[in-house]
Design a binder for this molecule. Structure first.
Ligand code: FCB
Length: 479
């Protein structure tokens, strides 16, 4: 097993792992949890691989204490998790469900007891179904409902959570949820997708306002985006990159960090929408100072302008469910990437991460960054040892993580204000449309028995953490 650990990060650099509520918790209708769009979607035939759902997932809801012990045994001192809105407000509105809040309160206390910093995401895609029935993210009211939810959670946990992330990858929520149909709620309407972009941005701003008003431990505020690192091909490559950069990246960074939507985005999408959903005052509310900008990175994307003749390629890394996640830009073709690839078919390109960090640093000088997700799915094989225990030898995942950490380290050395790295994911889980067919965990889950097996990648990470933490004393529990 590879043990060499040559990377040395600054003492306060956070090295952790990440999960999301619907992907691991299970207990889908327990303790008052209401249905979310992912319950509805995954229970709709044909939407997920094998008809898989998050009903049971990794059963984390029932195994909280054991999973906390597992995190501690791996030497984790930072954990990024998400809170399920439908556990807190089963119908998306109204008073808090105390059992839902209790679960996350126990989680946060359990982390602090073990010296692990809690980093909470308010929305990792599980919108209460009742809100979707009223239009979901195409309905402006959803942004205000989200702000109420943020306030409730902030009042309950705002004395202990160290970092708040409002939204995880609003690109996916908007464009895969409402444009391509690959994610819940599975709508395929370009105008709806752009409307959702704005309401998600607004929801972020409103939620930060609410959190600031109720938290008492001076936490940090953030949002996590999945940046598209784009490479152009051929004559129209530059134009293709500009269009996709506007839809995928600048539709979020410009309002969030500069207080306006890019003019070229508005022009490119003019045939789809007139952007009348942007109301006076919205941009000022969206444009909040961010303590951290969360960066999720897995692979790069290559685009060119389609010649209109050869069969059109659509390799943008997401399931093709018929609709387009690229409203207003049907002329852009997503070209198959050169390998090597992970089990998702995503290309492995650590340099893309370095490039992205340097680029963000150049575009938004002084903006602290954190890598909130990076990791890989591979075909894992559980093997039995002579003593009856199990192992998963996953050298490709070790290599993936090691090389991306090295890329992050290069960016740090070049002056990027990078504050941490979170491996996706702590454990195998429900990989959305791909169900349980893709394993991203550094801990293996046997879905039949719910047995946890530490993969070699987790042992490798444990060694890295051990060395990293040797520089600093364990933080005292603060509750
Ligand atoms: C990201 C999601 C995360 C997981 C990884 C593989 O887009 O935020 O939940 O699915 O991809």
């Amino acid at each position: 097993m590879p043990t060499a650990q040559h990377l040395s990060f600054p003492a306060h650099f956070l090295l952790g792992s990440a999960t999301a509520a619907y992907q691991i918790e299970g207990a889908a209708d327990e303790d008052g949890r209401g249905p979310s769009i992912w319950d509805t979607f995954s229970h709709t035939p044909g939407k997920t691989w094998n008809g898989d759902t998050g009903d049971i997932a990794a059963d984390h809801y029932h195994r909280l204490d054991a999973d906390l012990d597992l995190m501690a045994s791996l030497g984790l001192r930072a954990y990024r998790f998400s809170i399920a809105w439908p556990r807190i407000q089963p119908t998306g509105r109204g008073p808090a469900n105390s059992k839902g809040l209790d679960f996350y309160s126990r989680l946060v206390d359990g982390l602090l007891d073990r010296g692990i910093t809690p980093i909470a995401t308010l929305y990792h895609w599980d919108l209460p179904q009742v809100l979707e029935d009223e239009g979901g993210w195409t309905n402006r009211e959803t942004a205000f409902a989200f702000a109420d939810y943020a306030r409730i959670v902030g009042e309950a946990l705002g004395d202990r959570v160290a970092v708040w992330t409002t939204l995880n990858e609003p690109w996916c929520s908007a464009y895969l949820g409402y444009g391509s149909g690959a994610h819940a709620p599975g709508r395929t309407d370009g105008a709806a997708a752009l409307t959702a972009v704005h309401h998600l941005n607004l929801a972020h701003g409103l939620a930060v306002e609410q959190l600031r008003a109720v938290t008492t431990n001076d936490p940090q505020y953030s949002i996590t985006l999945n940046f598209h690192v784009l490479r152009g091909k051929g004559e129209g490559g530059e134009e293709a990159v500009r269009r996709i950069d506007a839809l995928a990246n600048r539709a979020f960074t410009e309002p969030l960090l500069r207080g306006h939507y890019p003019q070229d985005l508005i022009e490119d999408t003019a045939a789809v929408t007139d952007w009348a959903f942007v109301e006076d005052g919205d941009l000022a509310r969206i444009h909040q100072p961010l303590d951290l900008l969360g960066v999720n990175y897995y692979a790069t994307t290559t685009v060119r302008l389609w010649d209109g003749e050869t069969p059109r390629q659509n390799n943008d890394g997401h399931k093709d469910m018929g609709g387009s996640p690229w409203p207003g830009s049907p002329q852009v073709e997503f070209v198959a990437q050169e390998g090597p690839h992970t089990a998702m078919g995503w290309n492995i390109d650590p340099d893309g991460l370095e490039e992205l960090l340097l680029d963000l640093h150049a575009r938004f000088p002084g903006q602290p960054l954190v890598i909130t997700e990076n990791g890989a799915a591979f075909e894992d094989h559980l093997t039995a040892r002579a003593d009856g225990s199990h192992a998963v030898h996953d050298p490709e995942r070790v290599d993936y993580i090691r090389r991306h950490l090295a890329a992050a380290h290069r960016a740090l050395t070049a002056g990027v204000d990078l504050r941490g790295y979170f491996v996706w994911s702590l454990m195998d889980n429900f990989e959305w449309g791909y169900g349980y067919s893709k394993r991203f965990g550094i801990v293996h889950i046997d879905y039949e028995t719910q047995r946890r097996t530490i993969k070699d990648s987790a042992l490798w990470y444990q060694e890295l953490l051990r060395k990293h933490h040797a520089q600093q004393p364990r933080a005292a529990s603060s509750h």
